[in-house]
Structure formats: C-alpha cells, structure tokens
Design a binder for this molecule. Structure first.
Ligand SMILES: N[C@@H](CCC(=O)N[C@@H](CS)C(=O)NCC(=O)O)C(=O)O
Length: 339
C-alpha cells in the first residue's frame, strides 16, 4: 500500500494519470467492506469536523452519509478519513478512500491530469480575505505590501498570486500546511490578512481569539465550485456519487423532507414516484435498490436541509443560500431529471 501511495504521489507530481487498482469495482469493494471510506476535512466547521466524541458533522459529511444511506440503508456506515489539502488527491488515487468530499474546488487540471473526476458541485463558493479591523482596510485592493497567510496545496494559493499580479500589488505570502497553523499565525499577527474560500472564512473567523476584531472584505476574487471527487475508470461509482447529490437537490425541489418523505410515498406525482422508487427502475440502473433516494431523504434529508443544518442561518456560520439556492429560487443548484 505504502509503495502504491508513493507511486501515486510521484505520478501526481509529474502530472501522469494512473488508473487506480480495481478501478471498476468500487461499489463491490464498499459493499464487501461494509463501510464507505470518505476522505473528509477534519478541521473545517460546516463542512467536516469531528466533535470530542468522534461524531462528524458538515455538509460534506452529510454527503458521504447520503451515499452510505443509499448503499447500506444506514447513514452511519461511513469511516471518515481526515485529509489535508496537500494529501487529499493521493489518498483518493491510491484507494485509501472511495470518495473525496472535502471542500475541493473543481478545476480542469484536477479533473484531467490527476486521474480523477469531479461529480458535481455541492457548494458554489469564491475566495475572500479576512483582515483585522484595526488595520483600517476596506478593500482587498488596499492590501499591496501586505503579508497574507495561506494554506499550501490549495487553489487559494494560486488565486492569491494571480490577484496580486493582475492588480500590480506587492505580495508577501506566508504559507502553512494546515488551516489551523495558518489561522493561528494570522491571529498572532504574523500576517495582515488570511485568505481562503468565503465559506471557510465564516468558520475560521470564529476560531480567532476575538471574532469581532476581524472583518471579511467584500471582494470575491475567484470561482470555487466545491464538489465530490472519484477516481477515473469506474463509471458506475461516478454515477452513484453524482446522482446522490442530484437526489438531494431533486427532493428539495419537490418539497420532500426527512420529516414528510413517508407521506410522499403515497404521492401520485410522477416526479415524486420516480425519485422515491415507486415508478421505474432508476435505483437498479445505478446498481442500487429502487428506494435509494428514499433512503437518502429519510436518513439524511434533502439538499436544503443539509445546507441549513450545517452552514445555514441557524448555525454559527450563518451563511445565506446565495448561489446555492435552487435554480428556480435564483441560485445555481439544478438537478437533471430522474426519468
Ligand atoms: N477549495 C480550495 C481550498 C480547500 C482547502 O483545503 N481549504 C483549507 C483552508 S479553509 C482547508 O480546508 N483546510 C483545512 C485543513 O487543512 O485542515 C481547494 O480545493 O484547493
């Protein structure tokens, strides 16, 4: 295993695509093992974070629970593997995890030369900056000559350099291997600003000694479509992971929730019947049971419920739906039809 990991790390560094061991067997492997191995963020409130009892929560965590619900009829059959930004792709390439759901931005190079496939977007985000109010800066364009704390192995690092170059500003980058170290260094005054995905700034501001001393600047400097990732070469698994998200979005669109899904089992609406497995063979076509989406909604909830529970107005992060509202409510979340 160790040799494989090193092989993939080397191949990754050289930009060579390798197909993973037993590539077309992921569903069988997961079923035989009896547990889904999900590459997660272990330190990011709202997306992936275990509590003191080892109970994981987050939007990405709920996404993996939904896959487990669809396969096992049990959302708890997931082992969460915490991964740093730098190690996440190697862990997926080597087969250490079956799926990566860790606030990961879909880019063309990650989707092609790493031997991986993004399955969709479960959170539309963008990059922003946090500064101390005391430095009296109101725009990112006033950050020339600033020292900026950032994490290695992220799109954040690349966008930061692009933004400063494009605006002819001088940059002092201070890089760290983990978000924990980067936020601590920023909070200790080693940097004037901290930059990352705006969804993460909401949680990381709360990790500073005094959250009210900090401000998130208005600029959104990039597009960060965050989504789950699988290995190239297993189309069935790609479909399962992709349609897990779409099932959650479709349930929200049809008004089907964790609480009312049993009522909807009696519905005559053909869209509802197809989603919940009462018409057609849509689950079997994925290699699952026809009630796969019923299980997801019953055990985890629809997309809007997962959003509100983990990052929404009722949580410390207080994030609005914004771009993540459904397409018919002014947002970008849109699921292709189940038929
Ligand atoms: N979406 C960006 C950034 C993802 C990322 O790793 N962000 C950091 C900063 S919030 C993080 O989650 N760190 C958590 C950790 O290292 O434990 C990407 O895919 O490169």
């Amino acid at each position: 295993m160790k040799r494989t990991v090193i092989g993939f790390a080397l191949a990754g560094a050289l930009g060579i695509a390798l197909s993973a061991p037993a590539a077309a067997q992921t569903l069988n492997t997961v079923k035989t093992r009896g547990v889904l191995q999900c590459g997660a963020n272990g330190t990011l409130a709202g997306f992936g974070l275990p509590d003191a009892q080892g109970r994981w929560t987050g939007l990405d965590v709920d996404f993996c629970k939904a896959i487990a619900a669809a396969i096992f009829n049990d959302p708890n059959k997931v082992k969460f593997v915490p991964l740093t930004a730098k190690d996440r792709f190697t862990a997926l390439q080597s087969g250490e995890v079956d799926v990566l759901a860790r606030n990961t931005t879909w880019t063309s190079s990650r989707d092609t030369s790493l031997g991986l496939n993004f399955t969709g977007v479960n959170y539309y985000d963008g990059q922003g900056f946090m500064v101390r109010k005391s430095i009296k800066v109101n725009s990112a364009l006033e950050l020339s000559d600033a020292a900026v704390c950032v994490q290695q192995g992220t799109t954040t690092e690349l966008n930061l350099a692009d933004y400063f170059r494009a605006n002819k500003m001088k940059l002092k980058t201070v890089t760290f291997a983990t978000a924990d170290e980067a936020v601590k260094a920023y909070d200790a005054g080693r940097c004037d600003a901290y930059t990352t995905d705006i969804s993460a700034l909401a949680g990381e501001r709360l990790r500073t000694a005094n959250a009210n001393d900090h401000l998130v600047l208005p600029e959104v400097i990039s597009k960060e479509p965050l989504g789950p990732v699988v290995r190239h070469g297993d189309d069935q698994w790609f479909d399962i992971v992709k349609w897990t998200h779409y099932a959650m979005v479709t349930a929200e669109e049809l008004g089907i929730t964790k609480a009312n899904v049993d009522e909807h089992m009696k519905s005559d609406n053909p869209d509802v019947k197809r989603l919940l497995g009462n018409e057609g063979e849509h689950g079997k076509a994925l290699g699952l049971t026809n009630d796969w989406a019923y299980r997801i909604v019953k055990q985890v909830g629809n997309y809007g419920e997962a959003f509100e529970r983990n990052v929404g107005q009722g949580t410390p992060l207080k994030i609005n739906r914004g771009l993540n509202a459904l397409w018919n409510k002014g947002g970008l979340q849109f699921a292709p039809p189940i038929r």
